[in-house]
Design a protein around this ligand. Sequence first.
Ligand code: SAM
Length: 351
Amino acid sequence: RREDEDDDESPSKKQVTDHGVKVASHYNKLQEVGLAARSRSRIFFMRNFNNWLKSVLIGEILDQVRKAGNKRVCVLDLGCGKGGDLLKWRRGGIDHLVCADIAAVSVEQCQSRYDEMKRKSYSNEKLFSAQFITADCSKEVLPEKLDDGELMFDICSCQFVYHYSFESEQKADMMLRNACERLKPGGFFIGTTPDAYELVKRLEASDSLSFGNEVFKVSFQSKGSYPLFGCQYHFSLEEVVDVPEFLVYFPLFEHMAKRYNMRLVLKQRFSEFFKEKVKNEQHRSLMMKMMALEPYPCEDGGQQATDSRDEYAAAQEHCEKAGVRPPLGTLSRSEWEATSIYLVFVFQKMS
Ligand code: SAM
């Protein structure tokens, strides 16, 4: 399907362009729903679980960056969306954040969230500085848009994004270049993406071209042969038809990353990552808070907030009023089936 992708005039090139437009318009249209509505969502626990997993990953990588003696920590959030990870960067005490996304409305919302965070920050807190960029990171060279042309990053975080770029080698490579080119030696490229093996395994086990349950559905156009790039499927969550995604054949991803002097440090399915990290007392207690299995501590003396604390409070209130499922519990089987498709990756730049 993608033989002629390098030819600017070809129809497939137009398709490449259209896909970027589709992704941007899909995410631009997604509304910020109220907190109470989110608590009613059938993927409430899955969202919290994913947030916990990202918090653990980000926290552990920041520890490693600090252990290496880096004083001023700069981060690139590639495909930042509406800024769902801003609080994680705040908690991690970083110094500078660059947020980039293809969807202009999401970038605006991310910036407003940051401005609000800054306005409400404690008087003795030095909140990180930030730059916000709207760009198709699988087409444009990001460093050219940086305020500080010399800026180098300690971490590039690419959460639930990289698979959009696997439409073509050109796009996947540009995304990788943007992620890795400005990393300091020893710096990390971290992220989460669907595991292509798992997707194909489930598809092959299905007697149709799709699989899923009441919270998610994955549909392919065919099965039996899976091209390295441009192998498209649709992922819909909670009955909302999502934009097309592409299989990321991990050995190829790893091979391509070597061009940027990146060494694979960790590749782990969400289920394995969870099993390992939950053994750690600190991670487990964060999990309990984020999954709302125990009340959050009162905010006294600048207690650090967890990502879902506000959601928890709003959900509690809502449930009391509406008499619906309280936000106490764990992932449903259906939510687990959806989230267990994903994997975590960590690459490190060799010096
Ligand atoms: N990273 C955020 C998070 O974890 O909450 C958002 C994840 S959301 C599932 C995927 C994001 O990737 C969307 O905000 C979308 O606009 C962005 N994205 C997809 N393709 C992109 C591209 N080529 N360049 C920049 N951002 C892209």
